[in-house]
Design a binder for this molecule. Structure first.
Ligand SMILES: NC(=O)c1ccc[n+]([C@@H]2O[C@H](COP(=O)([O-])OP(=O)(O)OC[C@H]3O[C@@H](n4cnc5c(N)ncnc54)[C@H](OP(=O)(O)O)[C@@H]3O)[C@@H](O)[C@H]2O)c1
Length: 313
């Protein structure tokens, strides 16, 4: 998306205003982000919503929870919510839904202010099993509906799972349904046989695997792209990459912030995960600068056009 169109897009979209009472403000001042501080002396962070193909609004930046477990997961989720994250991403296979649920409870925030995603794992694929897995996810999370439920991988009885999910969606137990790790032909298969077009496809995407073809396919089909591993988990030296660092230097931003801003300006939802308060704040603090078209063009050739997670393919 070029900058002009992107800016138009922002105007059209709804802004979710969240006032965040950050701790550790000194660190932020040190990072040159003091202009985020409002009259109250507290920073204000606005997380834009995107509108999914069924009209549901979803924050464009959220919090991933893969690999977080137990107390660390609970405290990380509660802390993320307290600083302004509203989109939380979990999955049956992460075995942490109860801790995500405990973190939500600890935060004290109203359920309707959050956007909770979970995913049905391959072992639970199929009509009956998917329905059961969905209820287990609800019970563990301590909620009676999900904002987004995804088929985690295009394996097993995908069509049986989708039938179950369509029913749950029509019953109002899920606000939007989607998929993850689906290639265009797998999206085509699903769209051919069913009423509901996936609202989201969550796929690996970061500076080293930009997924331009997949993105170009999804856009006209109104399937929102969501990036998992938006920081590539730091693989291939993302946090020290010199190209990203040179861009970040101009704005006093880290490689993580440049990466997340890049996703944002492409209109792609990103869900960075961190077990550290300082990183969580850093990752949220991307709305006070803008990458130029030239910056975006400089990042484009970093694309290696292949997964950085071959062990998961
Ligand atoms: N659908 C799927 O198949 C799928 C697959 C993978 C992931 N996901 C989802 O996507 C989310 C994000 O992906 P991910 O967790 O794999 O990877 P990621 O968000 O790209 O990277 C997380 C790693 O980056 C570090 N980090 C985070 N912020 C940082 C910062 N500002 N500076 C330096 N290091 C930073 C974290 O370490 P610290 O903890 O030390 O900060 C952690 O090791 C997951 O949590 C999960 O919810 C989905």
């Amino acid at each position: 998306m070029n900058q002009k169109n992107h800016n138009k897009g922002i105007k059209r979209r709804e802004f979710l205003k969240t006032s965040a009472a950050f701790a550790g403000t000194a660190m932020f001042m040190g990072m040159g982000t003091s202009r985020l501080f409002g009259a109250t002396g507290l920073p204000e962070v606005s997380i834009e919503n995107v509108t999914l193909n069924n009209g549901v609004k979803m924050p464009i930046l959220g919090f991933g929870t893969y690999g977080l477990n137990g107390e660390v997961c609970k405290d990380s989720v509660a802390d993320a919510i307290s600083m302004g994250y509203r989109l939380l991403d979990t999955a049956t296979v992460y075995r942490n839904e109860e801790f995500v649920g405990a973190g939500i409870k600890q935060s004290g925030i109203k359920r309707e202010e959050l956007f909770i995603t979970s995913k049905v794992w391959v072992d639970d694929s199929g009509y009956e099993k998917a329905k059961k897995a969905f209820q287990t996810s609800l019970d563990k999370l301590g909620t009676d509906y999900l904002d987004l439920y995804l088929i985690h991988r295009p394996r097993g009885d995908v069509k049986g799972s989708w039938k179950a999910m369509e029913e749950l969606y029509k019953e109002g137990k899920i606000r939007a349904i989607g998929v993850s790790n689906f290639e265009p032909h797998q999206l085509d298969d699903l769209m051919a046989g069913f009423d509901v077009t996936p609202a989201v496809n969550q796929i690996e995407s970061h500076a080293f695997f930009q997924q331009n073809k997949a993105h170009a396919y999804m856009k006209p089909h109104k399937i929102q792209m969501e990036a998992w591993a938006p920081l590539a988990e730091g693989r291939n030296g993302l946090f020290t990459n010199e190209t990203l660092a040179a861009i970040g230097k101009k704005y006093n931003k880290s490689n993580a912030q440049v990466s997340l801003r890049w996703h944002y300006q492409r209109g792609i939802i990103a869900i960075p995960r961190s077990s550290q308060n300082a990183h969580r704040m850093e990752n949220l603090n991307i709305f006070d600068f803008e990458l130029t078209e030239s910056d975006m063009r400089t990042i484009a050739p970093l694309d290696l056009n292949k997964t950085q997670f071959p062990e998961w393919s």
